[in-house]
Design a protein around this ligand. Sequence first.
Ligand code: T6T
Length: 321
Amino acid sequence: MKKKIIAGLLVLILAGTFSLAAAGAGEAADDGTKTIAFVQGLSTDEFYISMKRGVQEMCDELGYKLIVDGPTKWDYTMQTPIVETMIARKPDLMIIAPVHSDSMIAPLQKVVNAGIPVITVDTNINEEIYLCNITSDNLQGGQAAADYLAEMLGETGKVAIMNTNVGVTTTEARAKGFKDELAAKYPNMQIVSDEYCEDEAEKAASIIQAVHLKHPDLAGVFGVNLYASVGVANGLDSKGVNIPIFSYDASPAVIEALAEGIIDATVVQKPMEIGATAVKMASYYFNGEEDKITNVMVENVIATKANMDDPEVSKWFYVSD
Ligand code: T6T
């Protein structure tokens, strides 16, 4: 009896030793399989859910293990601990959409210091400590919004920008592209509001209602991402205001509003392609082909009610899971 207990104890101690050893090795597989950590900007956002699909598919194709996590709010104080937990899991490389261009520098420096190379996707940081950045042409998206609204409004009238958060490289670039294009080409168009909704559609709805109260002759709006534009669309629609809205992204809610004619046009990004390209870049790093690692800017597609059923357009619409 006593012998059995001692033997049992020994098994427990040995098992403990092995699991400790496994924990010490992090997620790195014993057979040499590479592990990639993917940290999303916002785990509930269809843009990053679609990107995760692209990352997963390319990892499956190239034989990499994938671990994924992301904050449930666009907030660097929530993304930072996720990055730290990922460091402890010891992946071979991290792909991340940093939620703030300055506040995420220190957390990502820690990743690099731990010997884990970083590739940024979509958003970026203001310090070149990453291997490369894979993103969309955000300036061009903003310019397209200005040209589209100008055409719809006969190049005249008051317009508003609904932005999301300060310090986000993508959305700030879209707003800049929009403002620069208006300033350069459309002197009779005036931006009467340029506010941030913090990625909350409800906040965007109440902001735009207040802007419309102040400027009843508001002629058009540019929403820089899906939360901004869905909020603007709902806010104006619920007040019976029907003016042109140029949106960004292709989530189911945006596509529904496009079909209903509440949103007039939207920039469709290619998050799956962005994710897959980032994993390709990771493979160049793992294979010692550093000369092939490069920044990539993925082209946008513009969807309108007229072309949204064209499979060449709809194939880029975002998925929800
Ligand atoms: O528009 C995308 C992304 O490109 C941007 O950086 C943040 O917002 C989205 O995720 C849409 O919600």
